[in-house]
Design a protein around this ligand. Structure first.
Ligand code: C5P
Length: 234
């Protein structure tokens, strides 16, 4: 499985994103476009970044009735992104409908991955707010199995869950993992963090890295450090 580093482009506008991407003159990083940027700039921002030669993970986390998700995925399909996602909580039927919508006439489609439980959801919130009376690890493992059953390609999870997910769903089932920080860096609002080197050791396929790169004094150097630690194992 090819490992890669995905930079989370958590910026409020196109101007901010483009001046950030302009710094990368030698490499074309895999990038993640989330709700903030997509809602601010619309689908045009996806096309423009794609035209610059970047691979794109479109992180919109769809969750609705199966028919609506299928129709929405059919629209996203034509944006030609590399990875997109949804919430596994929408049920197996919703995930199957999503795959149908995302699949092109020639049978190809972007990779589709599922959010199991958000890493911001605590055991307490899950039990009290969502009335899910099971340990969170079991819920994550069960939702990942549902995603695999529906034919999805992987899940978004913590690097700490990557091993369990691979064990339950197979080595080829992708684990895309945020919550990555350098050993000497600031944790920010992430609570359970690992270094790029540790994420490699734990078997993550892709790490998603935002602020340790976007807020670094030298983002290109920070990106290269992630590549060295996570992809090359140096
Ligand atoms: O800046 P930082 O490295 O914390 O950014 C991580 C990125 O991954 C953000 O875009 C955040 O929304 C996303 N993410 C996350 N935890 C999840 C799912 C997505 O941090 N469970």
């Amino acid at each position: 499985m090819a490992k890669d580093v995905i930079i989370a482009l958590d910026f409020p506008s196109k101007a901010h994103v483009m001046s950030f991407l302009d710094r990368f003159t030698e490499e074309k990083p895999f990038v993640k476009i989330g709700m903030e940027l997509f809602y601010a700039e619309g689908p045009a921002i996806v096309r423009e970044i794609k035209e610059r030669g970047h691979k794109i993970f479109l992180d919109l986390k769809l969750h609705d009735i199966p028919n609506t998700v299928k129709s929405a995925m059919a629209v996203l399909r034509d944006l030609d992104v590399d990875i997109t996602n949804l919430h596994a909580g929408g049920t197996v039927a919703m995930m199957e409908a999503a795959i149908e919508g995302l699949t092109r006439a020639d049978g190809t489609r972007p990779l589709l991955i599922a959010v199991t439980q958000l890493t911001s959801t605590s055991q307490e919130a899950m039990t009290q707010d969502l009335l899910i009376d099971q340990p969170i690890e079991q819920v994550v493992a069960h939702y990942a199995k549902n995603a695999a059953k529906a034919g999805l390609d992987g899940v978004v999870c913590s690097p700490l869950e990557a091993g369990t997910v691979h064990k339950n769903c197979g080595a080829e089932f992708l684990t895309v993992t945020p919550g990555v920080r350098f050993a000497d860096g600031d944790k920010g609002d992430q609570s359970r963090v690992t270094t790029p080197a540790k994420a490699r050791e734990l078997g993550s396929d892709y790490i998603v890295v935002g602020r340790p790169i976007t807020k670094a004094d030298d983002p290109v150097a920070a990106y290269r450090r992630c590549i060295n630690e996570f992809v090359k194992g140096e």
